[in-house]
Design a protein around this ligand. Sequence first.
Ligand code: ASN
Length: 295
Amino acid sequence: MKALILEVTSAVLGAAREFLVAQGFVELLPVILAPVTDPLRTTPDRAIVSAYGQDWYLTRSMIFHKQAAVRVCPKIFSFSPNVRLEPPERANTRRHLFEFVQLDLEVREAKREEIMALGERLFLYIVQEIRREFGQELAKLGRELPEYPRPFPRVTWQEAYHEFGEDFELALSHRHSTPVWVIDFPIDQREFYDREDLHRPGILVDMDLLYPEGYGEALSGGEREHLPERIRTRIIRQGLDPVAYTSLLKLAEEGLPPSAGFGIGIERLVRFLLGLQDVRETRLFPRVPGVAAAL
Ligand code: ASN
């Protein structure tokens, strides 16, 4: 089984790369250490390496590097290793590793609609390729990957919250037999870089995609704040110190283009494709929050 999991992971990376390169994307080598990284409201502890007289954060997402990179190339992606020091209570959610890889992509001047369509087509291409290459193995596992119709259904954050409360992710995912979008997160439910809809103050132009059958979140993304004053206001609103984001603000003052993008976790995708119990099964050397590792 372990060999199959690794083969499927490898095929997922290959299919994603093939799809994106055919759409004109350029692959960026990942950034592992940076003076500034994603603030992540729900996982505030940072992994730090001190070297050369300064602190370097292990990347929690390449969000700011993506925003900077689309100044150079209009469509970029990276298979980005992320370290997020999840609390040990998340060891048994079956969905959390503290080191994982996300396929993180960004498109200059893009709107949410176009990025959602891209996400659907990328996901369906990967499913199709895995079905084609591993049909027999999937059948032996009793795993069925149907032809999901596009577009995927959408619910607003408000609707999801109204029906299931704040922890709607799993309930909503269980209820659907096809992937489902959650759109329009309230401003205080997300990081400062997701763009606020100025026609609907307090609502963000962003989205999550949830897998069906209770597998939970697949991807997360949105349009971005790119103007320095807007970024500063949002940083302050979030209770963060703008000084910590001086380099980002400087970049925005020099001119960041509008952009949109998302990140999709590779291990969670492999878990979903193979119908595995726990995301830790996808890695040969899993990093489970609070659990010691031998190698
Ligand atoms: N990759 C996500 C995005 O593009 C951000 C994240 O991983 N926190 O919005």
